[in-house]
Design a protein around this ligand. Structure first.
Ligand code: FNR
Length: 409
C-alpha cells in the first residue's frame, strides 16, 4: 500500500488517472459508447435508491483514536476458512466485454493477484473455465511477486442467476465447482431487469444479447437447448444471445421453496462449499436464508438498479447483523466508493465489503492496469485510513468506531 501511495506521488509510475470516484466516472463516460456507459451507470427508475446508498454513508462518522501504535497493522481477515488480504471483494458484474475487449479475464486476474475474492457473474462474457484460469494466473503471479495473494490457485466465487431450465442450472454449478469456485452466491433481486430509463431509451437489451452469450456457448446443457430449439449456434448469433439472456433474466419469479434444492445441489457438486444469497434487505429474509441452510448473505440492493425508492443497503445492514450476524457470514455492497465507506460498513457489522462500479470504471478506462490501479488505490486508502484513525486490525473496527449523525436542533 505504501508503495502505491509513494510511487504515485514521487515516481509517477501509476496509470495517469486519479482514482477519486468522480474522476473515474468522468473518464469511463468518455471511454465508453453511449450504450456501454448507460448500462454501467443507469439505475432503476428515478435513481433514488442509488442516491440513498451514497447518502447513507454520510450519516455515520468515524471516531478516530490517537496515540495507538498502528505500526504493525493488519488488514487481513478470514472468511469461510480462507485468508483474504483485506475485507474487500469483487461484486459480480455481467457482460464485461461492454467495458473492455478482454471482458472478465483481467478482472479475475487482478483479484487473484491482490488476494481478494473474485466473483464471476452468470451473465459473464467469457467462459467459467477461462475466468478461473486467469484468476489462478493472477494469484500465481501475486504469490511469485511476494504480494497479495495467499492462494496459488486464486480465490473465486460463482454468482448464480438461476436458469429455469434445471439441466442448465446443474451444468453451470458443476462447471463452477470443477473450476475451483469456492462459493456460490445466488442473486435474488434480478430475475427481471428493472425499468432503467436510459437503458430502455437505448434499447440496450438487444445490445447485451449480442455479447452476453459466450458463457452459455461453452455450456453443454445450453448447446443442447439450442439444438432442441433448432438454433444454429454458428449462424444465428442473435437467437443464441436471446436464448441465453432469456434463461438468466427470464422474468419469472422463484419462491423460497426452490432454494433448499439449489443449496443441496451446490453442496453435492462442490463437496460442501459455502452457499450465499445476494440481495437481502430485510431481517425476515435474512432469517429465512439462515433457516433454509445458507452459509451467508450479501446485503445489497444491486447498486440501486432494481427497486427504485428502496431502503439503502447500509441502512438495512445493522438490524440484519443484529438478527443473524452471529449465525452466518454477512457481506455488504451497494454504494461503496472509498476507504471510509468500507470502514463504516465493517463497523456496522459486515464481515467484508463488495465493490462493483469502482472496478467497472477502472476496467473501462484502462483494462487490466485500470482495475489494478483502482483496487490498489482503494486498498491503500483503506490501510492508510486505519493508520491515521488508530485501528490496528479489522477486528477493532466495530460499532464503537462510528457514531450516527447527531441531530442538531
Ligand atoms: C451489477 N450487479 C450484478 N449483480 C449480480 O449479481 N450479477 C450481475 O451480473 C450484476 N451485473 C451488474 C452490472 C452492473 C453494470 C452493475 C453496476 C451492477 C450488481 C453488483 O454485483 C453489486 O451488487 C453492485 O454493483 C454493488 O454496488 P456498487 O459497488 O456498484 O455501488
Amino acid at each position: 500500500q505504501r508503495e502505491c501511495f509513494e510511487s504515485g506521488t514521487k515516481d509517477h509510475k501509476l496509470p495517469p488517472f486519479n482514482t477519486h470516484p468522480d474522476e473515474l466516472e468522468d473518464l469511463a463516460r468518455q471511454r465508453l459508447s453511449s450504450g456501454g456507459w448507460s448500462y454501467a451507470s443507469c439505475n432503476a427508475g428515478l435513481g433514488t435508491t442509488h442516491l440513498a446508498n451514497r447518502d447513507a454513508f454520510s450519516h455515520y462518522h468515524i471516531i478516530p483514536r490517537m496515540l495507538v501504535d498502528t505500526n504493525q497493522r493488519d488488514t487481513s481477515i478470514e472468511l469461510f476458512g480462507k485468508k483474504l488480504s483485506a475485507p474487500i471483494c469483487f461484486s459480480p458484474v455481467g457482460i464485461n466485454k461492454i467495458y473492455h475487449p478482454e471482458g472478465e479475464l483481467p478482472v479475475a486476474k487482478v483479484a487473484g493477484e491482490l488476494g481478494l475474492p473474485y466473483t464471476l457473474s452468470t451473465a459473464g462474457s467469457v467462459s467459467i473455465e477461462d475466468a478461473a484460469a486467469y484468476n489462478a494466473r493472477g494469484a500465481a503471479e501475486g504469490c511469485a511477486g511476494g504480494k497479495g495473494a495467499q492462494y496459488e490457485d486464486g480465490l473465486r466465487w460463482f454468482q448464480l442467476y438461476l436458469p429455469h431450465q434445471e439441466d442448465l442450472a446443474t451444468s453451470l454449478l458443476k462447471r463452477a465447482a470443477n473450476s475451483g469456485f469456492e462459493a456460490c452466491i445466488m442473486t435474488l433481486d434480478t430475475w427481471q431487469l428493472a425499468w432503467r430509463h436510459l437503458d430502455v431509451a437505448l434499447s440496450n437489451y438487444g445490445f447485451y444479447r449480442g455479447i452476453g452469450a459466450e458463457m452459455g456457448l461453452g455450456d453443454p446443457a445450453f448447446l443442447e437447448l439450442l439444438k432442441q430449439r433448432g438454433i444454429d449456434k454458428d449462424a444465428d448469433a442473435k437467437a443464441v444471445g436471446r436464448t441465453w439472456i432469456d434463461q438468466i433474466w427470464h422474468g419469472k419469479a422463484f419462491s423460497w421453496e426452490r432454494i433448499p434444492s439449489v443449496i443441496q445441489e451446490w453442496k453435492e457438486l462442490s463437496g460442501g462449499k459455502p452457499f450465499l444469497l445476494k440481495g437481502i434487505l430485510s431481517v425476515e429474509d435474512a432469517i429465512r436464508a439462515k433457516e433454509v441452510g445458507c452459509d451467508g448473505i450479501v446485503v445489497s440492493n444491486h447498486a440501486g438498479r432494481q427497486v427504485d425508492g428502496s431502503i439503502s443497503s447500509l441502512e438495512a445492514l445493522p438490524a440484519i447483523v443484529d438478527a443473524v450476524g452471529s449465525q452466518m457470514e454477512i457481506l455488504f455492497d451497494s454504494g461503496v466508493r472509498g476507504g471510509s465507506d468500507v470502514f463504516k460498513a465493517l463497523a456496522l457489522g459486515a464481515k467484508a465489503v463488495m465493490i462493483g462500479r469502482l472496478w467497472i470504471y477502472g476496467l473501462s478506462i484502462q483494462g487490466e492496469e485500470g482495475v489494478r490501479h483502482v483496487l490498489r488505490s482503494l486498498l491503500a486508502e483503506f490501510d492508510i485510513l486505519m493508520n491515521v484513525g488508530g485501528f490496528r486490525t479489522i477486528g477493532e473496527i466495530d460499532r464503537s468506531a462510528i457514531r450516527p449523525s447527531a441531530v442538531i436542533p
